[in-house]
Design a protein around this ligand. Structure first.
Ligand SMILES: [Zn+2]
Ligand SMILES: [Zn+2]
Ligand SMILES: [Zn+2]
Ligand SMILES: [Zn+2]
Ligand SMILES: [Zn+2]
Ligand SMILES: [Zn+2]
Length: 438
């Protein structure tokens, strides 16, 4: 029963469901336009303090908040009586008056309650798997949620509803069998790639003037339903599948370094939210030019390269392990694994300056451990074998060069001047040859 829908129609003054004197819910609703029901409709008892009978129908808030299960047969009888009373009252009250409207709200409330009593919640399983969604029954009675399927309010107090534990798709129990969209979580784990063309539009005609997701007819003139474009997929959606949510679009970031949020459909919004921390963007392959234009990226790349050079010190140092130094990067695990993969969140934080701050801080802490605080790590420094002069060198020092083969560290100036061979590698080759000869 879509009471809320009928309520909305009544409120709009299109149809008074009680005009016909027939209120058993069989009104033909084939062409009912989808109307939004605002949460404030149910956000409390009507303010009217008049002594009208509606106030005496046992509709006080505590009646509804009684735990499910504590209702007994007499409650059902009472509800039925109250419903009859309400119906009479509605017919008596002046047409379209506030009091009449309030009473209709009460009637709807009562009927939903009655329906729930007849169809107890315990019948619904706690977990339902559907199109790879893992729907778990919600216990929360919060009434602020909106159903992702039918786009109307979920009345937590009186309706059963589910949330997918993978993608956070929320919907009424009654709407679950109408879902056509598979869970985006599986897309995130199986094929975690972004669409990297900016708003790749195909055109409404190619979509057959239908919503990409639910296939309901749409057009740009808004007849029969408004076509809304998703900036991420470039495709058009109906207003049930696209709520004008906004999100930062990866393609715009990668190609234009543009962070302005754009309008996206519901499923893109969920997908982008799940993907935001995943390091799936290989910047130097997708858009290497970005490093020429965005200074901050060059800085971050250098910090990341240094951190990878510091990592071998930490994984062999007991003290560093005990101090859990590497855990400072636990929110960006990929920074400990490579220096070229970025998550969208990384790029957002680079653009805001946040990442540079925190990464510089971590870099300083790491370098301090290796070069100043820890004897064990200090002992793993290098003396430049080319000039045999100066301080102990570490591969992440800015004025050094590292041999690609043996990882020996030299002054940058020494290494490039002596562009022939690395003395350490040469020594090792010699030793090997001696072993073979023996
Ligand atoms: Zn729904
Ligand atoms: Zn899901
Ligand atoms: Zn749709
Ligand atoms: Zn150490
Ligand atoms: Zn040197
Ligand atoms: Zn070498």
């Amino acid at each position: 029963m879509e009471y809320d829908e009928r309520l909305a129609r009544f409120r709009q003054g299109h149809v008074n469901p009680f005009d016909r004197g027939e209120n058993d819910g069989t009104t033909d609703r084939k062409d009912t336009p989808k109307l939004e029901v605002r949460p404030e409709l149910f956000s409390g008892e009507p303010k009217s303090q008049s002594s009208d009978r509606a106030m005496d129908l046992g509709l006080a808030e505590d009646h509804f908040s009684r735990p499910v299960g504590s209702f007994v047969a007499s409650d059902i009888e009472q509800l039925k009586q109250a419903i009859e009373e309400c119906k009479r009252l509605i017919l008596e009250l002046p047409e379209h008056s506030e009091r009449q409207k309030d009473t209709v709200v009460k009637l709807i409330h009562l009927r939903l309650k009655l329906q729930e009593l007849k169809d107890p919640e315990e019948d619904e399983p706690n977990l339902r798997i559907l199109l790879e969604h893992r729907f778990s029954k919600e216990k929360s009675k919060s009434v602020k949620q909106t159903c992702d399927k039918c786009s109307t309010i979920i009345w937590g107090l009186i309706q059963t509803w589910y949330t997918c534990t993978g993608c956070y798709y929320r919907c009424h129990s009654k709407c679950m069998n109408l879902i056509t969209k598979p869970c985006v979580r599986s897309k995130v784990s199986h094929q975690s790639e972004y669409e990297l063309s900016i708003c790749p539009e195909v055109g409404l005609d190619k979509q057959d003037y239908r919503c990409t997701e639910c296939r309901s007819p749409v057009s740009l003139r808004g007849v029969p339903s408004e076509a809304r474009q998703c900036d991420y997929t470039g495709q058009y959606y109906c207003s049930s599948c696209h709520w004008n949510d906004t999100a930062i679009i990866p393609a715009r970031v990668i190609h234009n370094w543009e962070f302005e949020p754009k309008k996206v459909c519901r499923s893109s919004m969920r997908y982008l939210a799940l993907m935001i921390s995943r390091p799936v963007l290989k910047l130097k392959e997708i858009n290497p030019l970005l490093f020429n234009f965005v200074e901050e990226l060059v800085e971050i790349r250098k910090l990341r390269q240094d951190i990878l050079l510091m990592k071998p010190y930490f994984i062999t140092c007991k003290e560093a392990m005990e101090a859990r130094l590497l855990l400072q990067l636990q929110d960006r695990q990929h920074f400990v694994e490579n220096d070229d993969m970025y998550s969208l969140q990384d790029l957002i934080d680079i653009s805001s300056g946040r990442l540079s701050c925190s990464l510089t801080e971590i870099h300083t802490t790491f370098a301090k451990h290796i070069k100043l605080d820890c004897e064990r790590c200090q002992a793993k420094g290098f003396v430049c074998e080319l000039c045999k002069e100066g301080d102990i060198l570490f591969p992440f020092d800015s004025h050094t060069s590292v041999c690609q083969d043996c990882s020996a560290v030299f002054h940058r100036d020494c290494y490039y001047d002596n562009s022939t061979t690395c003395p350490r590698c040469a020594r090792m080759t010699e030793r090997k040859q001696e072993e073979v000869e023996l």
